[in-house]
Structure formats: structure tokens, C-alpha cells
Design a protein around this ligand. Structure first.
Ligand SMILES: *[C@@H]1O[C@H](CO)[C@@H](O)[C@H](O)[C@H]1NC(C)=O
Ligand SMILES: *[C@@H]1O[C@H](CO)[C@@H](O)[C@H](O)[C@H]1NC(C)=O
Ligand SMILES: *[C@@H]1O[C@H](CO)[C@@H](O)[C@H](O)[C@H]1NC(C)=O
Ligand SMILES: *[C@@H]1O[C@H](CO)[C@@H](O)[C@H](O)[C@H]1NC(C)=O
Ligand SMILES: *[C@@H]1O[C@H](CO)[C@@H](O)[C@H](O)[C@H]1NC(C)=O
Ligand SMILES: *[C@@H]1O[C@H](CO)[C@@H](O)[C@H](O)[C@H]1NC(C)=O
Ligand SMILES: CC(=O)N[C@H]1CO[C@H](CO)[C@@H](O)[C@@H]1O
Length: 343
């Protein structure tokens, strides 16, 4: 019975100790309590006028420079009683720099704001930290950095802005230190891309390429987001890269990679196995036209021969005329009338 009542008491005491040790461990709390304690003890008699007589209460030979990360405190006699600004009776009497400010040197009157691209998120800092890659900060006196939005990145430390992802790359979360190339079968056609878009049917993109490409002629792809295209199979043809291969007509040729079926020249040829042959109608036509041509040649020859005969007759005609007497009657040739010598 006694043990059952004792245990919770021990636990309560233990947890109380934990709480106490946690609060007293924090340095900031220690320093402020120290200052409060000292001021409470020593300043009560001489707060009002803050003239030199009050300073007599202090042993000012103990003044020392404020530590890095802190500044001279104008509002307390423990600092203003010291001969030089930047000195206080003891380091704890100085003011720690607030968040966003820092002071790397001892004995300074003021803390400095962190530069753009830098920050400090705790008090009493002797330095500022660079914004890590993937974040930025465009203000002086920054207490924190802002993560880059999805689609943007910052690859350098202490960035003051983020850059949009380049074409072909993406960032799908906030705080990207770099953008990644879109995976195979997807592309990014705009800058600041958050999600890559899959290639359309009829197109493909290998992992290393930046944009989707149209399938080469004779290839096809009917699915979205593919890394390659398939060759149009034999006995099929692929008129468009984004449709299923079409079965070859029985009277046409379709080797693998065909864009269109290959036909024998219509009506004059026909498909026989793997080749084209003359169609029967063509053979008949050839025979007929051959006969016609032969007949025509014969006719031409005959006519030519008759023409030569006539030329001979014409050539003889003047000879006949010259044999006749060429008398003149009053200046008019008697043979003015043409003599018809033809047949
Ligand atoms: C102030 O100092 C006294 C001893 O001088 C100490 O007992 C007390 O806990 C201190 N106060 C605080 C708030 O730390
Ligand atoms: C002032 O402090 C110093 C160092 O602690 C000491 O040596 C000196 O005696 C003190 N002077 C007075 C007047 O208390
Ligand atoms: C303290 O006083 C000095 C001189 O008057 C001034 O330059 C400085 O800015 C003041 N510091 C603070 C923190 O007010
Ligand atoms: C300060 O920033 C660091 C880094 O971002 C973080 O780990 C830490 O928790 C921050 N501290 C406070 C008090 O915000
Ligand atoms: C950063 O701040 C400066 C001045 O405060 C301003 O001129 C500049 O445009 C800002 N840059 C960005 C990226 O916001
Ligand atoms: C973001 O991209 C990474 C890498 O490409 C991937 O592993 C992850 O699943 C993506 N997350 C979302 C939410 O899309
Ligand atoms: C800024 C400052 O004075 N910090 C001090 C706070 O108290 C701890 C412990 O006493 C010191 O180590 C720090 O230097």
C-alpha cells in the first residue's frame, strides 16, 4: 500500500526536475535571469537620475568589451557607466543581437543586419548563415530563408532569388537545389515546369532527349509517354505514326516499315507472289498496238514511195518545156500561161 502511493510521487518529482533542468539549460534564459538578478539587486537605489553619482555604486575598473554576438546596452547604467561605449561591467550586461542581426567583433555598440542571402534564426549570433541551396532570401536582416517554389531552383548558397527550371527540366517539390531532366517518354515545353507531360501517341522521347520526337517514317506508337516507336510490321502499313498498323490489301506489297501499300501499276500489271507481272489485258493491248504500229509503218513506206515517183515527174517537166520555141510577141512571153505538168 505504501509503495503504491510512493511511486507517483517519485515520478512527479522526477518530471519536475526534468522541467527545471530543461529551462535552466538554455543559455539565453541564464543570461537574462543573471541580468535581472543583478539589476534587481543593485539598480533599485539609483534608477531615476542615471547621473554620475549612480555609477559610483559600480566598480567600473571591471568594465570589459561586449562579446561578439552582443552589443552595448544604452539603457542600463552597467554599460553607460563604463568609460567607452561598447564596454559593460560584465558580458552578460550587453544586449545579445536579435534574430537577423549579428556582430563578429567584441566591444561594438551595434549589431549588424544579415546581408541578403544570409540569415540567423537565434539571438546573440556572431555571424549569419548562408541560405542553403534550394532556398533564398532577398532582405537584409533575415531571420530565415524561403524555400524555392516547385518549378524553381537555386543551386548556389546565399541566393537572393530562385531561377525557373529550364526547358526540358522540372522540379516537383519546394526547395529544389536543381531541376531534373524529364524522364524518358515525358517532356517539359515550358520553363518553371513542376510536372512533365507525357509524349503524345505518334511521338517518343529517350531519357537523354529534351523534347518528344515524331516517330520516324515507317514507325508507329499508339500509347502516351513512350520512349521509342515500333517499326511497322511486315504485311502491314502505317500511314500515320499514331494509329495502329493497317493490314496490307491482298493485291499490294507491304514490307516492314511501310508507310503505304505498294501496288502494281493498276490494270496493266497484277501481283503474282512477290512480283508484278503483265496483266492479260496488257498483253492483248500490246499485241494490238504492235499490229497497228506495223500497219502504220507499212502505210508510211508505201506513201513515201509514191511521193518520190511524183518528184521525178515534176523534175522532168521543165526539160519538156525548154524544147518548145520561146518567141516574144510585144514583150509578153507567150508561155505566160502556166503549163500543168502534173498528173
Ligand atoms: C537571483 O539570484 C538569487 C541569488 O542571488 C537566486 O537565488 C535566484 O534564483 C535568482 N533569480 C533567478 C530568477 O534566477
Ligand atoms: C574592482 O575590481 C577589481 C577586480 O575585481 C579589484 O581588484 C578591485 O579591488 C575592485 N575595486 C573596488 C574599489 O572594489
Ligand atoms: C546607443 O547610443 C549610441 C550613442 O548615442 C548610438 O549611436 C547607438 O545607436 C545606441 N544604441 C542603441 C542600441 O540604441
Ligand atoms: C534555425 O535554422 C536551422 C536550420 O534551418 C534549424 O535547424 C533550427 O531549428 C532553427 N532554429 C530555430 C530556433 O528556429
Ligand atoms: C531584391 O531586392 C532588391 C532591393 O530590395 C530589388 O531591387 C530586387 O528586385 C529584389 N530581387 C528579387 C528577385 O525580388
Ligand atoms: C517527384 O520527382 C521525383 C523524381 O523524379 C519522383 O521520384 C517523385 O515521385 C515525384 N513526386 C511527385 C509527388 O510527383
Ligand atoms: C551573450 C552572452 O553573454 N552569452 C553568455 C550567456 O551565459 C552563458 C553562461 O553563463 C555564457 O557562456 C554566454 O557567453
Amino acid at each position: 500500500m505504501a509503495r503504491r502511493g510512493l511511486l507517483p510521487a517519485i515520478c512527479a518529482a522526477y518530471s519536475l526536475g526534468m522541467v527545471l533542468s530543461q529551462t535552466t539549460l538554455t543559455p539565453a534564459v541564464m543570461n537574462t535571469t543573471l541580468i535581472e538578478n543583478v539589476t534587481g539587486l543593485t539598480l533599485t537605489p539609483m534608477i531615476p537620475s542615471s547621473t554620475t553619482p549612480g555609477c559610483l555604486a559600480f566598480n567600473t575598473s571591471t568594465c570589459e568589451p561586449c562579446a561578439p554576438g552582443s552589443q552595448y546596452d544604452n539603457n542600463t547604467l552597467m554599460c553607460s557607466c563604463c568609460a567607452n561605449p561598447g564596454l559593460c561591467l560584465f558580458p552578460g550586461a550587453c544586449l545579445p543581437c536579435t534574430t537577423g542581426f549579428y556582430q563578429p567583433l567584441a566591444g561594438q555598440q551595434q549589431c549588424l543586419p544579415c546581408n541578403r542571402g544570409f540569415y540567423t534564426n537565434f539571438t546573440g549570433s556572431p555571424l549569419c548563415h548562408a541560405c542553403p541551396p534550394g532556398s533564398f532570401n532577398n532582405n537584409t536582416g533575415g531571420e530565415s530563408c524561403t524555400s524555392c517554389s516547385p518549378g524553381f531552383f537555386s543551386s548556389q548558397q546565399s541566393s537572393t532569388s530562385c531561377n525557373p527550371c529550364q526547358l526540358g527540366t522540372f522540379c516537383n517539390s519546394s526547395g529544389c537545389p536543381s531541376c531534373e531532366t524529364c524522364p524518358g517518354g515525358t517532356e517539359a515545353l515550358q520553363t518553371a515546369t513542376q510536372v512533365c507531360t507525357p509524349c503524345r501517341p505518334g511521338m517518343y522521347k529517350a531519357a537523354h532527349q529534351t523534347t518528344c520526337q515524331i516517330c520516324r517514317s515507317g514507325f508507329y506508337q499508339i500509347h502516351w509517354g513512350q520512349e521509342n516507336c515500333d517499326v511497322c510490321p511486315e504485311n502491314h502499313y502505317c500511314p500515320s505514326p499514331d494509329v495502329n498498323p493497317i493490314k496490307c490489301p491482298s493485291d499490294a506489297f507491304c514490307p516492314a516499315g511501310s508507310l503505304a501499300p505498294g501496288y502494281c501499276m493498276e490494270t496493266f500489271f497484277r501481283k503474282v507472289g512477290d512480283t508484278c507481272e503483265l496483266a492479260p489485258v496488257t498483253i492483248a493491248l500490246l499485241v494490238i498496238s504492235g499490229g497497228v504500229a506495223l500497219l502504220f509503218i507499212i502505210l508510211m513506206v508505201l506513201r513515201r514511195r509514191r511521193d518520190t515517183d511524183r518528184e521525178l515527174n515534176v523534175a522532168r517537166a521543165p526539160l519538156l518545156r525548154k524544147e518548145r520555141p520561146q518567141g516574144r510577141y510585144y514583150g509578153i512571153p507567150c508561155d505566160a500561161e502556166p503549163v500543168y505538168a502534173g498528173w
